[in-house]
Design a binder for this molecule. Structure first.
Ligand code: ZN
Length: 1008
C-alpha cells in the first residue's frame, strides 16, 4: 500500500477553546459528562438575542405506557410483506416538542444489556427524564424498525416559538428551492440555525455510537447555559439514536429483514433506511456523521477514491477533510486510555501514540488509496452528501471482544464510547467556528444553485484544485485516482408512457421512487418531440435543472466503467434505476439546452393506470413487478388466469369483480382480450397458471424478492434439512411445492435420501429454477440442464449488456441490461439445454470487473456466454437458471419481474378440476428424409383408450418450430424443411384435462 504523506501535526492545544483542552479521558462512565467550556469560539457565532434560551423548563410527558418487547417472527413477516412507511416526516412546529414516548419492557436476551451500553428499552426513559427537566431537548418518533421498535430523532436546540420555527423552515426551503435568493439573503445567513446531524448504530452490532450520542446529549441538556448556550442558539443538533434497534437488540449487523440497511439507501426495502432518507430530507444537514465500528483504529472520512461522479466534490471536500484533521488532533490529544493510533508511515494500527508518526487516526482520503470509497450513494453518509452536506462515516476502534466476537466487552465499550463522544464534540466544535458554519452553509446553497441552474457538471480534477476555495489541507493529497470522471448531464430523463414503455407498472414504481427521493418529476401536457422521438402526453419528465440534480442523475444515469481506475471497490460500482428497475427511461438532450423538454405539470405521485373494460375476456401485460403481484393476487383469489407466450395474461369474463378489485389495488391497466389473445389460449405454449408454492434454498434476497413479487406461499429449505427429513421419513418441504428455487448451495450427496427426494419431486413434474452456479448445479444434478457453470471474479460487479434470444420466453418485455455481483455463465451446454439469453460481446456497461489475479473470470471471459438457460426433463419438469444477480439486495426490479414470469413459465399447469387422475401418455418422434432439405416428421401420441385430441409442439434446439394438432388418428405425419446445420428436434404433447403431457426423445438431424 502506498501511503500518502501525513500533514504536519498541529499544536495539541487548541486556541479556540480559550486554552482549555478538551479531553475525553476525563469523561466519566455515567451519563453526566464533564465538559470543557467552548464559550470562546461559540460566542463569536451569529447570534440573535430574541432567540435566546427561554427560562421555562421542559414540559415532559406526564405518563408513559409500557409495551411488551415485540415477538419476532410475526412482525418480520408483516414487515416483509408491507411496503415501508414512506411519507415525509412531520416536523415540530415549535421547540421543544416533547411527546409522550412508548416504553419498552426489558428483554433478558438483549445484546446491549451489558455494562457501558444502553439497551433500546433504556432510551425512552432517559429521554423522558431529560424532557421533564429541560426545554433544550425535543424528541420525535420517525418510524418503526421491522420488529416495531421506535426510531428516535432527538433535537437539541434553544427553544423556538412557532414563528421562529416557521422562519427556520422557510429558510431551509429557500436554501433548496431558491438558492439564488438564499445566497443573497443576509438575514438567513446570519440567523439560520446550522443543522448538524449525528446518527448511530445502523449496523446493529456496532453499538457504542448510540452511547456516545446519548452521553453528548446529556452534556448539552445538563451543562450550564454559559457553556452551551451559544451552541444551542446557533445550531439545531439532531441525533438519530439508533438507526437499527432490532440489530442492537439481536446483535446483528442487518435489520430483522436480514438486509444491511447501510446498503439500502436507494433501494429502500427496509423501513430503517426509509426513515433515514426521510430524516435526511427533513433536516437538510450541513454536516452529518454516522457512527459505526470497528476498524481497530478510529476512522473518520472523507473517503479514498474513486469519488462519486455526481458530487460537487470541490464544495464537499475542503471542510470535510479539515474537520477530520481537527478530530484527529483532538482525539490524539485526549489520550484516551486503551485507544489505538494509526502509524501513517507504516500503515499499521498501533497500541500507543509514541511520536509524530503515530499521532494519527485513520482518514481514508489520506490513508486508504483504494477500497474505501464514496462511489455508490447506498450508505448513510454518501446519501446524505446529496443534501449538500459534508458527511462522514465514523468507525469506532475496538472490535467486539466477547462471545467469539459477537458481543462487546465493557472494557472495549468504555474506550469506544469515550472516543465516539470526543469525536462528536470535536465535530460540533468545528461547526461552531463561525467561518466554518457560514462557509458550509454557502456551500450547500451553491450545490443547490448549480443544480437549479442546470450548470454543466465540472468534475474535480488535478488541474482545477488550485482554484478551489476553502481549507487547503486536502490539496497535496489529491491525485489522478481522485479525479472525478466527467459526467455529461442530459437536459432531462423521460419515462415514456404508451407503447414505448416496457412496463407501465415498473414506470409507475420508478416515478414514485424518484418522488420519495425528493426528485422533481413532471408530466408532459401534450405530445412532445424530443431527441428524435415523440413522447405521448402524460410521459414523465425529470428535468435536470433542479436543486437535487446530483442525486437525480446518480440514480438514473448508467454510470461508468471504472475497472481501470482502482484495483478494488468497497461495494457496488453501478446501480442505475434506468437500467435496472424495469422501466424504459430515455436520456434526452444536454443540460446546456436552454429549453426544457416540453411543457410539464409537476406530479406528487405516479398517476393511476387502473382500468377495466366493460366486458371480458380480460388481458394485461405481465412485464413489471406489480404485474406479477397483481397476477398472484388473482390466483390467490382463485381466478383462473392463462399466460400467453407473449407475456399477456388472459382472464375469463366471469371474473370481472376480482379483476376490478386487483386492478384497483395494483393500478393495473386491464384491456379487453383481443381475438389474437383468445386464439392463443389454444396454443400449447399457453400456461394455465396456478397459485404457486415455492420451496427455496437461498437468502433474505430470495425471501424478500419473492414477497415483493407477491408469492406468499414460500417454504424455505436447505440441503441438510431435506436430507434429515427424507432420512427420517418426515416432510421435506417439497411435498406441497410446485417449484424448487435454488439460490444457494443445495448439496445432497449421490445415493442420499435427500437426493432421492428431490429427484422424485422432479420426476413428478416439479420444476427447478435458480440463480448462479448453485442453481445450475441443482438443475444439472436432477437432469434438467447439462453443462458447466463458470463464476466470474467474485469482486466483479456492475451493469451488463445482455442479448435475449428472439424465441425466448424472456423476449416479450425483454431487457437489454442486467446486474451482476458476480456474473455466472454457462458453457459446454448439452442437448436440450437452451440458451435464453447471453452476455453481449462487450458486456460491462458500468461498474468494476477485472479478472482475478489468476487472470480468469473477467468480463472478457463472459463475452457471448450464456447468461440464462433453460431445460426440461422427460417428466415435463422445467428449469430456468439465471447467471445474473436477479435478486441482489432486492435492487434489480426489472430482473425480479423476469423471474416472476419464469416461475410461471416453468411451473406445472393448474389441474383441471374434477378431471380425476390423468392417464399417462407417451410421445414419439421419427424423422424420415424425403429430399435434399425435406424431412417428414412422424409424430405419434399414445394414450391408450383415452381421448388424445390436443396439440404437439415440435421444437428445434429448444425453439418452437411447428405446432401440430393431433386428433383421433394415432399417428400424424408432417413435412418440414430444415436449413443447413445440426438440428435437435423434440415433440411435446400438451395433454388434455384427462391425459398427462409427454415429450419425445430427441432426434438429431444434420443437413448439408
Ligand atoms: Zn458499520
Amino acid at each position: 500500500m502506498v501511503l500518502r504523506r501525513p500533514p504536519t501535526l498541529r499544536a495539541t492545544t487548541r486556541s479556540r477553546w480559550g486554552g482549555a483542552t478538551l479531553l475525553a479521558s476525563a469523561l466519566g462512565l455515567t451519563l453526566t459528562v464533564p465538559f470543557s467550556p467552548v464559550v470562546g469560539a461559540a460566542a463569536a457565532e451569529p447570534d440573535d438575542p430574541a432567540r435566546g434560551l427561554a427560562s421555562t423548563k421542559g414540559r415532559g410527558p406526564a405518563t408513559a405506557t409500557r409495551v411488551a418487547e415485540p415477538s419476532r417472527a410475526p412482525v418480520v413477516r408483516r414487515a416483509a410483506a408491507a411496503p415501508s412507511v414512506r411519507d415525509p416526516l412531520v416536523m415540530p412546529t415549535s421547540y421543544p416538542s416533547q411527546p409522550q414516548l412508548r416504553l419498552y419492557r426489558d428483554n433478558p436476551d438483549d445484546a446491549a444489556d451489558t455494562p457501558q451500553l444502553l439497551t433500546h428499552p433504556d432510551l425512552a426513559p432517559q429521554l423522558t427524564e431529560w424532557m421533564k427537566s429541560s426545554d433544550r431537548i425535543s424528541t420525535q418518533v420517525v418510524g418503526q424498525s421491522t420488529e416495531g421498535r421506535d426510531l428516535y430523532l432527538v433535537t437539541v436546540t434553544a427553544p423556538e416559538r412557532e414563528e421562529d420555527t416557521a422562519q427556520q423552515t422557510a429558510w431551509r426551503e429557500e436554501i433548496e428551492s431558491d438558492p439564488v435568493a438564499a445566497a443573497a439573503d443576509r438575514t438567513l445567513q446570519a440567523q439560520y440555525k446550522t443543522p448538524v446531524w449525528f446518527s448511530a448504530n445502523i449496523h446493529g452490532n456496532e453499538w457504542e455510537g448510540t452511547d456516545a450520542v446519548m452521553r453528548y446529549i446529556d452534556r448539552l441538556v445538563t451543562a450550564p447555559e454559559s457553556e452551551v448556550g451559544s451552541i444551542l442558539r446557533n445550531n439545531r443538533l439532531y441525533f438519530s439514536l439508533s438507526l437499527n434497534p432490532d440489530g442492537r437488540t439481536n446483535a446483528t449487523r442487518a435489520t430483522a429483514l436480514g438486509l444491511d440497511p447501510n446498503r439500502d439507501m436507494i433501494t429502500d426495502t427496509t423501513p430503517e433506511a426509509t426513515s433515514f432518507v426521510r430524516t435526511a430530507q427533513a433536516i437538510q444537514p450541513i454536516y452529518s456523521a454516522d457512527l459505526h465500528g470497528y476498524t481497530s483504529v478510529l476512522q473518520v472520512e472523507p473517503t479514498g477514491p474513486p469519488h462519486g461522479s455526481n458530487y460537487e466534490y470541490d464544495v464537499y471536500l475542503p471542510h470535510n477533510y479539515a474537520l477530520a484533521l481537527d478530530v484527529e488532533q483532538d482525539v490524539v490529544a485526549a489520550d484516551i486510555p486503551g485507544n489505538t493510533y494509526f502509524n501513517t508511515t507504516t500503515g499499521t494500527v498501533v497500541p500507543a501514540n509514541t511520536g509524530p508518526e503515530t499521532a494519527h487516526i485513520k482518514i481514508p482520503y489520506r490513508d486508504t488509496p483504494s477500497g474505501w470509497d464514496d462511489f455508490p450513494p447506498i450508505f448513510t453518509a454518501q446519501y446524505a452528501a446529496f443534501e449538500g452536506a459534508s458527511t462522514s462515516t465514523v468507525e469506532l476502534p475496538l472490535r467486539r471482544g466477547a462471545a467469539n466476537g459477537s458481543r462487546q466487552t465493557p472494557e472495549r465499550a468504555r474506550v469506544n464510547v469515550a472516543v465516539g463522544t470526543q469525536t462528536i464534540m470535536s465535530m460540533v466544535d468545528y461547526m461552531t467556528v463561525p467561518t466554518h458554519a457560514r462557509d458550509m452553509l454557502r456551500n450547500q446553497i451553491e450545490v443547490f444553485r448549480r443544480g437549479a441552474a442546470g450548470e454543466p457538471k465540472t468534475p474535480l480534477t488535478q488541474d482545477r484544485i488550485a482554484a478551489v476555495p476553502g481549507p487547503a489541507q486536502w490539496k497535496p493529497l489529491w491525485d489522478a485516482a481522485d479525479d472525478q470522471d466527467p459526467v455529461d448531464l442530459p437536459r432531462a430523463y423521460v419515462i415514456p408512457v404508451g407503447d414505448d414503455q416496457r412496463s407501465a407498472s415498473d414506470a409507475s414504481r420508478l416515478v414514485d421512487q424518484l418522488l420519495f427521493h425528493d426528485i422533481e418529476v413532471g408530466r408532459l401536457t401534450a405530445d412532445t418531440a424530443a431527441g428524435g422521438t415523440t413522447y405521448p402526453a402524460g410521459s414523465y419528465v425529470v428535468d435536470l435543472h433542479q436543486p437535487k440534480r446530483g442525486l437525480a442523475n446518480s440514480l438514473l444515469d448508467l454510470g461508468e466503467d471504472i475497472t481501470a481506475k482502482v484495483p478494488t471497490m468497497y461495494d457496488i460500482s453501478a446501480w442505475s434505476y434506468a437500467s435496472l428497475w424495469g422501466a424504459t427511461v430515455d436520456s434526452v438532450g444536454s443540460t446546456s439546452d436552454a429549453a426544457p423538454v416540453g411543457a410539464t405539470t409537476p406530479v406528487t405521485a405516479a398517476s393511476s393506470d387502473a382500468a377495466v373494460p366493460e366486458s371480458g375476456p380480460y388481458a394485461f401485460d405481465v412485464a413489471g413487478v406489480d404485474d406479477v403481484r397483481a397476477l398472484n393476487a388473482m390466483l390467490e383469489a382463485g381466478v383462473p388466469v392463462s399466460l400467453l407466450a407473449d407475456g399477456t395474461a388472459v382472464v375469463g369474463s366471469s371474473s370481472r369483480t376480482a379483476v376490478g378489485q386487483v386492478s384497483e389495488q395494483f393500478d393495473l391497466p386491464v384491456r379487453q382480450a383481443s381475438a389474437a389473445d383468445r386464439a392463443a389460449l389454444e396454443d400449447p405454449s399457453t400456461r394455465d397458471l396456478e397459485d404457486l408454492t415455492i420451496a427455496y434454498a437461498g437468502t433474505q434476497d430470495e425471501r424478500l424478492s419473492f414477497s415483493q413479487l407477491g408469492f406468499d406461499d414460500l417454504v424455505p429449505v436447505t440441503g441438510a434439512g431435506i436430507q434429515a427429513a427424507a432420512a427420517a421419513g418426515t416432510p421435506t418441504g417439497l411435498e406441497d411445492a410446485d417449484v424448487l428455487w435454488v439460490g444457494s448451495e443445495l448439496a445432497l450427496t449421490e445415493g442420499s435420501a435427500g437426493r432421492a427426494a428431490v429427484q422424485a419431486f422432479v420426476d413428478a413434474g416439479g420444476s427447478v429454477l435458480g440463480r448462479g452456479a448453485d442453481g445450475f448445479d441443482a438443475a444439472s444434478t436432477y437432469g434438467l440442464v447439462s453443462g458447466t457453470a463458470v463464476d466470474g471474479n467474485p469482486e466483479g460487479n456492475g451493469i451488463v449488456a445482455v442479448d435475449t434470444d428472439a424465441e425466448s420466453f424472456l423476449a416479450p418485455f425483454g431487457m437489454d441490461e442486467a446486474f451482476i455481483y458476480p456474473a455466472t455463465w454457462f458453457t459446454g451446454l448439452g442437448e436440450g439445454t437452451t440458451v435464453e439469453q447471453r452476455y453481449a460481446d462487450d458486456p460491462l456497461l458500468a461498474g468494476h470487473w477485472r479478472p482475478t489475479e489468476a487472470g480468469t473470470g473477467g468480463s472478457d471471459a463472459a463475452a457471448g456466454q450464456a447468461s440464462v438457460v433453460s431445460g426440461e426433463a422427460a417428466s415435463g419438469a422445467r428449469s430456468v437458471v439465471f447467471g445474473t444477480s436477479v435478486f441482489f439486495r432486492t435492487h434489480p426490479k426489472g430482473q425480479m419481474g423476469q423471474v416472476g414470469r419464469s416461475l410461471f413459465w416453468a411451473a406445472g399447469e393448474a389441474p383441471d378440476e374434477g378431471s380425476g387422475p390423468k392417464v399417462a401418455s407417451s410421445t414419439t418422434l421419427r424423422v424420415v428424409k424425403t429430399g435434399a432439405r425435406e424431412y417428414r416428421l412422424v409424430v405419434s401420441v399414445d394414450t391408450g383408450d383415452a381421448p388424445r385430441a390436443g396439440t404437439v409442439v415440435v421444437r428445434d434446439r429448444g425453439a418452437q418450430k411447428r405446432v401440430i394438432r393431433v386428433d383421433t388418428d394415432r399417428v400424424e405425419r408432417r413435412t418440414i424443411r430444415l436449413g443447413p446445420g445440426r438440428h435437435v428436434l423434440k415433440a411435446q404433447y400438451g395433454g388434455t384435462p384427462l391425459v398427462a403431457p409427454s415429450a419425445s426423445g430427441r432426434s438429431v438431424v444434420r443437413v448439408g
